[in-house]
Structure formats: C-alpha cells, structure tokens
Design a protein around this ligand. Structure first.
Ligand code: UT7
Length: 317
C-alpha cells in the first residue's frame, strides 16, 4: 500500500546570513566557505520561532493538498528540538492548525524526514491512517558555537512539510542507525538538578568534519544502491535525486560514484546551508512548486546525519 504526496510546502526565516557577514564574525572568508562547502548564504531565525516557520510550511502543504486539519490522522515532526521541550513541536502545530489527531516528534537529526516517511508508511500499511502531515524543521542556529569557524558557517534554519495519503508511490525505503557520539554530537543541557554531580559540557554542536564527510558519502552510495536494487531499478531510471544538503563536495563525490548526471542532481546548499531534517523537504517543495517534478517522475531521497543515522527511499511523484 504505502503512501503518496498530496502537497508540499517550505519556509525559512527572513534574515539571510551571507558568507561576508560571517567573515566579520570569525576568521573565515566567502572564498573558503563557498569552495569547501558550496554554501553562499543561509537563513537564521531572529524574530520568528521555529513554530512560525513550521506553520508557514504546513499551511502551504495543507492548502495544496486540499486536506482539512480535521481529516489528519497523525502529525509527525522530525526535529532535533522544537521551541520547547514540552509541548512537542508537532503538538503545537496540531493546536495551531486546529487538528485533533495524535502528534509526536522524532529525532533522527538530518535523516529525520526519511525516518518520518518510514513511520508514515507503517501507519498507512497498518490501516491506521488516511491522511498524515510531516513537518520537518530545525533551528540549528540555537545549537551552534558562533565562535567556532569550523561549524558556524555550515548551518541554517528552515522547515519543509508534506501532506500524505494512502497510495502506492513509495517504492522502497531504508533507514539505518549506528550509535556514535564521537563524530557528531550536541550534548544536552545537564539541567537544574541540585543533586547532579557530573560535569556540564557546553551544549554546542561539535563534529569531526572529515570523518562525517566519509560517513556521508559512503552511506549515500550504499543506501541509494540498496533501494534501487530492491525495486530492480537503475540510477538512469531516476528523474531526480534529492540528497541531504550538508556540503556540495559530499553530494558531488557521491554523485560521481553513483554515475549520476548533473540534471538528476538537486542542490540547494548554496542558498540554505545545512538545514538538517528540513533540507530534503524544502527542495522537494521547490521542485513540486516550480513544476520541475511531474506526476510519474521517480525521485530518490537520501539523507545522513547525527546519530549516526542514514536513510534513502524511492518515490514516484
Ligand atoms: O548534516 C551532517 C553533518 N555535517 C556534515 O556532513 C559535514 C561533513 N564535513 C564537511 O562538510 C567538511 O569536512 C567541513 C566543511 C566541515 C570541513 O571541510 P574540510 O575540507 O574537511 O576542511 P578541514 O577540516 O580539513 O580544514 C582545512 C583547513 C584547516 O586549516 P589548516 O589546518 O589546513 O591550516 C581548518 O582550520 O581549513 C581551516 N578551516 C577554515 N578556514 C576558513 C576550517 N573551517 C574554516 C573556515 N574558514 N570556516
């Protein structure tokens, strides 16, 4: 059975942070950032909350789909963390939309959107839902050490949403996890307990960039090959591959190994930076809006990130 996409939406904050502004904040340059990562700018929340941009993305997806909030059977939010620890971001979206269905967040970092699709497929397959909303959103600017030039140039804030219905368009999906906090982590706050006697590491993102780079390329190649094999397709049958947007060099390196043509590859890292779970649905939303993706096209989505997690799927539009 699986699922199909009825509508998609995307949103980002209004403030655009260019490489040249960053060059005045840390010891970096537009030249270094653009050649080593492909990033030229990213959007950063200043006055908007994460919920604000989620609602912009979700409302657009709902309008296109024609589905009414009361008809939703589940809302899933892939996010590292919403504006609050409680309520979950998904519950806040449910309230704002005026829906009455269950809602929960999942944290699979940058792979969150693919994880959410896997959960959604299981709900549809089990006959537990007719319509679902996924809103993938992250505010990475909260977790960055803005004095660390190795990470603060990479990330942006954003949200992407899809409304799903029962269908047969998700042809294959795969998700993986390999528990590891040495390559990529954001330590949690140790909180307010007067009894806690452990340390309090700063709650900043830290990353071993080169090793994450290798993990990313290897996971993308393996996961995409696996899902193609599962359905007996060749990479040439695919209209577009939408990879997680972390670094243009990761994307190009995997594309070369997979034998992808330039016209198959979708990139937005230049305009958005790495928006974590939102990066794939933002680009999916753009392609559907512009008409570049049409009914019947085969799309591959592929993501990797903290956890370490990875995943890929094949979907017919
Ligand atoms: O969402 C998933 C998580 N993230 C990723 O997938 C990121 C994966 N990793 C990467 O994208 C890349 O490894 C980075 C962009 C993080 C780093 O690029 P790199 O080509 O691996 O650079 P590097 O870490 O080897 O650093 C090269 C040089 C170093 O200087 P020295 O030691 O050669 O003198 C760094 O100190 O570049 C320096 N450097 C910078 N220079 C200017 C590092 N960051 C900067 C910077 N501006 N922002």
């Amino acid at each position: 059975m699986s699922l199909k996409i009825l509508g998609a939406g995307k949103a980002h904050p209004s403030f655009s942070l260019s490489n040249s502004i960053l060059s005045g904040m840390v010891d970096t340059s537009d030249q270094w950032i653009s050649t080593r990562t492909g990033i030229r700018r990213r959007f950063i929340n200043t006055t908007e909350t994460l919920l604000d941009i989620c609602m912009a993305a979700a409302t657009a997806a709902m309008e296109i789909s024609g589905v009414k909030p009361r008809d939703l059977d589940l809302i899933i939010c892939p996010t590292i963390q919403g504006d609050n620890i409680i309520p979950a971001l998904s519950c806040e979206i449910q309230r704002e939309l005026g829906a009455s269905c269950p809602a929960f967040d999942i944290n699979a970092a940058c792979t969150g959107f693919v994880y959410a699709l896997d959960v959604a497929k299981s709900y549809f397959d089990a006959g537990r839902a007719n319509y679902m909303l996924i809103v993938a959103a992250d505010q990475m600017s909260k977790f960055i050490n803005w004095q660390d030039r190795e990470t603060c140039v990479l990330f942006g804030d954003g949200a992407g949403a899809v409304v799903l219905a029962k269908g047969s368009n998700l042809k294959a999906i795969k998700i993986t996890a390999k528990g590891d906090s040495s390559l990529l982590a954001i330590p949690g706050s140790t909180g307010n307990s007067p009894f806690w006697q452990g340390g309090s590491p700063p709650s900043y993102l830290h990353m071993k960039g080169k090793e994450v780079f290798k993990f990313a390329v290897n996971s993308m190649c393996r996961d995409i090959t696996d899902v193609l094999e599962e359905v007996g397709m060749d990479i040439g049958d695919v209209a577009k591959v939408i990879p997680h947007q972390a670094n243009i060099r990761i994307i190009q390196s995997a594309a070369e190994k997979l034998g992808l043509r330039d016209d198959q590859l979708v990139t937005g890292v230049d305009r958005y930076g790495n928006t974590s779970s939102a990066s794939i649905p933002i680009l999916l939303g753009e392609l559907l809006e512009s008409g570049e993706l049409k009914e019947g096209d085969i799309v591959v989505l592929s993501a990797f990130g903290g956890g370490l997690t990875s995943g890929a799927c094949i979907m017919e539009i």
